[in-house]
Design a binder for this molecule. Structure first.
Ligand SMILES: Cc1cc2nc3c(=O)[nH]c(=O)nc-3n(C[C@H](O)[C@H](O)[C@H](O)COP(=O)(O)OP(=O)(O)OC[C@H]3O[C@@H](n4cnc5c(N)ncnc54)[C@H](O)[C@@H]3O)c2cc1C
Length: 318
């Protein structure tokens, strides 16, 4: 068994960004000389070749299927046929609504090692080790797969950085057996987001932590965020307490501030799990009354002071 096969995702003719993150994950797992192939399934899979031509891809495998959109039977059958033909030692899919429909079934049918919602993957002493949350994301669990020659990992999105574009690699067409699917996509319905925000897409975030003290203080920071044009985010204790929705939590078990350019952290200590979602941001401003707080270790600008005083000052300016 050798080779890494990435199963790219597309929806309504658009490549889903997580597809490129899977290529980055593959780099951490590839053995010297091992190839990374990216398979794309669709009615016109060759239309994705340009978007999939990124650093780290040795081959793009186009798999023509009858269904224009994802459907579980088609994917299970086509990806199964690809695994049988290529005998890779690792298969990577997104941890997404699409992979929910086929990955577990495939892993069971083929006897693959299998882990979902993986946010870190490495090869240690030659063995695949996948990290995911356990006990409601309260602990990190490292999984290995003894006795499994092929491992399928469903990778969490917005964790890995997408690679740079590159010249097109080798492109190969793969003939998958066509199956009569039991499902068909009829229409797409956009769900109303409600308070749900896309933290991964936010370019300017004002994040609040336990330093705000109590729930009654949340509205004043929400108002400040609106006034300065920031998206309000938070650390985990704020989301766990229900003061803000989980969708606004930044960090290892929350969202990664992938597109963020300016991150203001107020009353956030800078625990390693919070940093996991934001330490890459180029401009981090931290406000904390404790000069020793770890958040200052990643901040470009730091204010040792009271968040309420600084919030009032900022509010006066806007
Ligand atoms: C498996 C696992 C996953 C986790 N995932 C996440 C995650 O995704 N995101 C996340 O955030 N955490 C996560 N955590 C929790 C993480 O370990 C920390 O407990 C959490 O980040 C702490 O949040 P905080 O900084 O808001 O609170 P605290 O650590 O309590 O910090 C509060 C800070 O506010 C400061 N402060 C208090 N009052 C004021 C004031 N008036 N003015 C200025 N500063 C003040 C204090 O000095 C302190 O530094 C996870 C933990 C585990 C075990």
């Amino acid at each position: 068994m050798s080779g890494i096969v990435v199963i790219a995702e597309q929806r309504r003719g658009e490549l889903r960004p997580v597809s490129l993150e899977l290529v980055s994950t593959a780099q951490a797992l590839r053995r010297p000389g091992e190839e990374v192939s990216v398979a794309i399934l669709g009615k016109a899979p060759e239309s994705f070749v340009k978007a999939l031509s990124v650093v780290g891809v040795d081959e793009i495998v186009t798999v023509k299927v009858a269904s224009p959109e994802f459907d579980p039977d088609t994917f299970e059958s086509a990806v199964g046929a690809l695994i049988a033909a290529r005998t890779p030692d690792v298969i990577l899919t997104a941890h997404s609504v699409d992979s929910f429909g086929f990955a577990a079934a495939l892993a069971t049918r083929l006897g693959l090692g299998f882990a979902t919602d993986v946010f870190n993957a490495a090869r240690i002493d030659g063995e695949i080790v996948a990290t995911r949350g356990g006990y409601g994301q309260k602990v990190n669990v490292e999984m290995d797969f003894p006795g499994r020659s092929t491992v399928l990992l469903a990778i969490r999105g917005n964790v890995f950085k997408a690679p740079e574009q590159a010249p097109a690699p080798r492109v190969t067409a793969f003939d998958a057996p066509q199956v009569a699917s039991r499902a068909a996509a009829r229409e797409f319905i956009e769900l109303s987001a409600g308070d749900d925000v896309d933290m991964a897409a936010a370019e300017f975030i004002l994040a609040i932590g336990r330093g705000i003290g109590d729930e009654a203080k949340v509205p004043q920071f929400r108002e400040l965020a609106d006034a300065i044009g920031a998206t309000l985010g938070c650390s985990r204790p704020i989301a766990d307490a229900g003061w803000l929705p989980k969708s606004r939590q930044v960090g290892q078990s929350g969202k990664t501030a992938s597109a963020c350019k300016l991150y203001i952290a107020m009353g956030v200590s800078g625990a390693i799990q919070h940093l996991a979602g934001m330490k890459h941001v180029s401009t981090i401003v931290a406000v904390n009354s404790d000069a020793e707080a770890s958040i200052f270790g990643v901040a470009k600008y730091g204010i040792v002071g009271d968040i309420f005083e600084i919030a009032d000052e900022l509010r006066r300016l806007f």
